[in-house]
Design a protein around this ligand. Structure first.
Ligand code: HEM
Length: 441
């Protein structure tokens, strides 16, 4: 056995600049950086971060196992969003705390829960209304539309009345902007506005929680979380309720919105794909409400999975070591942030033939159970995406409703090529490059 290499000898990944380290490269071309690191003989490299700890990037598919490793913690990874998700979200907790918070929150997100708790019906209502409005407008920035759609779904699922939706969106935007800016809580600065917005959101959530507690028959996401218990009968306290409700909006919003915008972008490149999707949509009635009903829409689901594979919103995950371990022959001490390159897994030539090529049918040809690599766009291990089924139902409903409505109106989507991408904090198409016109077919 050879001795482990020294941790201090791990070299920097290419693309570092003075002061800002690797941050500009991460923002501009995260995939290029990951590919470069994977092509090196030593696949562990250091990403210098100007704020917070450096990340030790493990540019190999083997790093996927870290997501289920017993000696890592997710607490640090959630810190970037702590203004939004606080300190007690499931995403930022480990072990027994994580299990309790997740189990108590999970009822509406199971395959059955989606329809039983009314989540699918809310999705359907919002999708139908918004798709109709999109076609009437004729020209729009698709990412703006899908973001508004997914945010409205989450707010409506939480029980926000229609006449308060605009105010929620406004406050929520303050919250998001404050999470990324400097940490100074000074009047006029984004962090200050974000904290004010959070207080407003929590005051409203407090009312919904109170109402759900007073009415044992109440329905919806808040009621489910208020009643949610883990196997030992423990539920969530007030702070945990708020933190996890805010997390659900954050985790379920931009991710799904960006994939739906990509789906339209690929549709706009291929009238043939639109025809095939339409034939599938017309062969069914209504919109699928459960993962079981999705079986009638294999192509729509395949387009979702393929867009997600080529454009995963979460490009790089992180975990912090809680005990020493060896990675690529290097002895890693406790307390080191390891980078897990989710983007690379989806381009792995062993898992996917011709991995850079858009080929939705690959998901239809493959009939076996999906592998951990194929599912890795949703993470892995105990923190595997809680909203997996919801995202599928939402995106498939959206594309099915859109192709039917376009057919009724005799139009097709037109976009100037595929949009470019930005990568921080999540990957998404550049909004202004998702300009879409509905033109006569
Ligand atoms: C295409 C859409 C989506 C993608 C690609 C996605 C991706 C992910 C990924 C990669 C993780 C793991 C993060 C980590 O391990 O650090 C995650 C976790 C999570 N996602 Fe999603 N997500 C999507 C949609 C949703 C939706 C719709 C919801 C719910 C409304 C949601 C709720 C969550 C929650 C609560 C977690 C944390 C789970 C835990 O810590 O146990 N996601 N998601």
């Amino acid at each position: 056995m050879t001795d482990a290499r020294a941790f201090a000898d791990v070299a920097d990944a290419p693309g570092r600049v003075p002061w800002l380290g690797h941050l500009p490269r991460l923002a501009r071309d995260l995939p290029g950086l990951l590919r470069g690191a994977a092509g090196k003989e030593e696949r562990l490299s250091r990403l210098r971060m100007p704020f917070g700890s450096d990340i030790y990037l493990w540019a190999s598919v083997e790093s996927l196992d870290l997501l289920s490793h017993k000696d890592v913690s997710a607490v640090e990874s959630a810190k970037i969003g702590e203004v939004i998700v606080g300190h007690t979200s499931m995403l930022g907790s480990d072990g027994a705390d994580h299990r309790r918070r997740r189990t108590a929150s999970s009822a509406p997100f199971t395959p059955r829960g989606l329809s039983m708790t009314g989540v699918s019906d809310v999705i359907r209502e919002v999708v139908l209304e918004r798709v109709e409005a999109m076609l009437q407008r004729g020209a729009l920035r698709m990412l703006d539309e899908t973001q508004a759609l997914s945010l409205e779904i989450l707010f409506r699922v939480m029980g926000v009345p229609r006449d308060e939706l605009d105010e929620w969106v406004r406050r929520y935007n303050h919250l998001i902007r404050g999470a990324l800016g400097p940490r100074w809580n000074i009047p006029g600065f984004p962090r200050h506005r974000a904290l004010k917005a959070r207080a407003w959101v929590d005051e409203r959530l407090g009312r919904y929680v109170q109402a759900a507690r007073e009415d044992p028959d109440s329905e919806g996401l808040v009621a489910e979380l208020v009643r949610g218990r883990d196997e030992d009968g423990s539920g969530l306290d007030e702070i945990e309720l708020f933190d996890n409700l805010r997390l659900l909006v954050l985790a379920g919003h931009e991710t799904t919105a960006s994939v739906m915008a990509w789906m339209v972008a690929y549709l706009a490149q291929s009238p043939e794909l639109q025809e095939r999707l339409l034939a599938e949509a017309r062969a069914n009635e209504g919109l699928p409400r459960t993962p079981k009903e999705l079986r009638g829409y294999p192509l729509a689901e395949a387009v979702f999975r393929e867009c997600l594979r080529l454009h995963p919103p979460a490009v790089l995950g992180t975990r912090t070591t809680t005990a020493p371990m060896t990675v690529e022959g290097v002895a890693i001490p406790e307390g080191v942030v390891l980078g897990i390159p989710l983007w690379l897994f989806s381009r792995d030539a062993e898992a996917f033939d011709d991995p850079d090529h858009f080929d939705p049918d690959r998901w239809i040809r493959e009939t076996r159970k999906l592998s951990a690599v194929e599912l890795s766009v949703f993470g892995g291990g105990p923190h595997f995406c809680l909203g997996y089924h919801m995202a599928l139902v939402e995106a498939v409903q959206f594309i099915v409703a859109l192709v039917r409505a376009m057919d009724d109106a005799g139009v097709r989507p037109e976009m100037r090529g595929l949009p470019g991408e930005t990568y921080l904090p999540l990957a998404r198409p550049r909004a202004k490059e998702t300009l879409c016109r509905f033109v006569a077919r």
